[in-house]
Every structure is written in C-alpha cells, then in structure tokens.
Design a protein around this ligand. Sequence first.
Ligand code: NDP
Length: 339
Amino acid sequence: MFGLIGHLTSLEHAQSVARELGYPEYADQGLEFWCSAPPQIVDHIKVTSATGQQIEGVYVESCFLPEMLAGSKIKTAIRKILNAMAHAQKHDVDITALGGFSSIIFENFNLSQMSSVRNVQLEFSRFTTGNTHTAYIICRQIEEASRKFGIDLAKATVTVCGATGDIGSAVCRWIDARLNIKDLLLVARNQERLQELQGQLGRGKVLSMDEALPQSDIIVWVASMAKGMAIDAKTLKRPCILIDGGYPKNMNTLVQEDGIHVINGGIVEHSLDIDWKIMKIVNMSAPARQLFACFAEAMLLEFEGWHTNFSWGRNQITLENMDKIGAVSIKHGFRPLIG
Ligand code: NDP
C-alpha cells in the first residue's frame, strides 16, 4: 500500500475545504485549532496503471499549514510532520510521499534525528520526498512547453528560482546535461550556496530575481515560499513561459495573457481516472486525473515494488534516477501537464 502525506496551502484554504467537506464547525476555527488537530486518513485511493495493474493507498492530512512556519509555530510544524509519518507507518503503509512542505520541514529541521514518535520508531526507508519525479516532470515541461509555444531552446535564457534547492538543483543539472540552452540564470537568497552550485555546474549566472526575470524566456519556479509573490507581467519578455512548481504556488497573481504562458509545474496527468476525492480540494482542473508529481512517485514505487526512500536527503538527485523514475512514469500512464 502507498501513502500520501499532504497539507492545505493556507488557513483560508483549510477553512473553505472544511466548509466544502461538510464540517462547518471547523470552518470558523483559527490557526490554534489546526495546530492542535491530529493527522487523519481522509481518503482511500485506487489507482490503475496503463498496464492494467491496480494498487491501493491512503491520503494522510497532516493538518500542517504554511502559516505555522511564520512566528513561533516551528515546533508545531515539526510535530505535525512527525505525527503524520508515524500515522502512515502505524497503518502499515509501505511507501509514503512527503508532499509540499513536509519534506522541506523534514530536511530543514533535521527530523532524521527524531525518529521516535511516542511508541513508533520511524523507518525512513518507508518514505520518499518524491522530488526525483517532480524534477523529472518539470524538465519534461520545459522541453514540451518550449516546443508548444515556439521558444527555440538554443536561443533561450532559462531562469531557475530556487536553484539551490533539492528540486531546483536537479533541474539545473538536467538542463546543463540534456538541453542545449543559451543561458542559465540561478536565483535564490543564499549567495554561498549559489556560488557552490555554479561551481558544480561550471556554468550559470547568479542574479537577483529582479535582474533575472526580465531577461528570461523560460522561468522555473521551485522556491520554498510560504506565500506566493506578485509578479508584474509588464516586466516579462513576450513570449515567456512560467513553470510554477511551488506548493503553495510561488506566483500569486500572474495569469495567462497574450504571450505569457503559465504552466502548473510539477503536475502530472494520469491516462485513467483515479478513484479518490482529494485532488478536488487542491483545485486541480481535472481532479480525477491530475496530481502532484511527488505523490505520483509514491504510486510508481508501489507499482514497481520499490519500497525504498527513492528520493531522500538534499541535492542528491541524479540524472540516472530521473531517467529511471521517468521510464516507469511513462510505463504506468503518467504524463507532464502542459497548459
Ligand atoms: P528546498 O527547500 O530544497 O529548496 C528551496 C529553494 O528555494 C532554495 O534554493 C531556497 O534558497 C529557495 N528560496 C526559498 N525562499 C526563496 C525566496 N524568497 N526567494 C528566492 N529563493 C527562495 O525545496 P524543494 O526543492 O524541496 O521544493 C521546492 C518547491 O517545490 C516548494 O514550494 C515545494 O512545496 C514544491 N514541491 C512541489 C512538488 C510537486 O509535486 N509539484 C513536490 C515537492 C515540492 P534560499 O533559501 O537560499 O533562498
């Protein structure tokens, strides 16, 4: 059985979902309520592969909200992720994806040092960040969107916002090795890590966001921001492709308009309907078929019987593993979402 640990994007989102799911008494509650709510299995899932194979899984709502990262709620955020992991393990889930901020909290706060959760000794080999598949899907989105919207990669400047992150650094390595682009621009806040990445790649210009965006034909957003930022479309080139892989989204306002192509980054579409309810509440346009690539990674590991932490740690994603997960992604009927 596979598991998915997820969370909602904001307190406002959590309140509207509670109302929609028929829990009006939760819909009026503030952050404190969500801080004390335990993890829950809220969906049972059946997935059929393009090969005909069927698997089953569960969705664990961690009740973490990005607002907890602000201010003094860090300990609560940590507790949410550890409790959700223990909950999945107690329900005998073989392989569970840590969606959205779950894996970021796990890494940033060194949760591998906290493997005891009450009477559960966490077995980390039962969890995956899902970031290898996410990075692979974003790279395929760059290739397919550039073809669709007529951007010649050989003449293109590509910016990666969040370049030094786990997904961002893998995307940079893929671009460097597999795509013939003109310029690669690297954006993040910590300059030391940016210089280190630039050194490893042997290429790429380190620029601020304000400098990089107006020069870019393609912008990949994989920054771990608790809230999306406003982007002024007037400052962008036309055409420009923006692939927003953040969860919550890195860009909060930008919409499709003439020459501006916004792509839902790190999202896959399955070739068959999935028997579940959960993707409706994260506003997928085809909720029976569309899902986060990190969640799809747990499904792929279950389909293949690879019950191991395929994506783990930070900045260790290899091109070889991206190829490996990419091949089984295609085999089981997933494809990158474009448009
Ligand atoms: P990491 O924490 O490994 O990396 C985050 C990157 O963002 C770092 O380079 C960090 O560098 C940069 N960053 C953070 N804040 C800012 C900022 N304000 N401005 C510019 N850069 C910033 O995260 P992951 O690679 O694991 O995840 C990245 C994003 O992808 C997250 O939003 C996550 O929720 C999402 N995600 C999506 C998935 C999907 O299936 N679609 C799956 C998994 C994750 P620095 O701190 O130096 O600025």
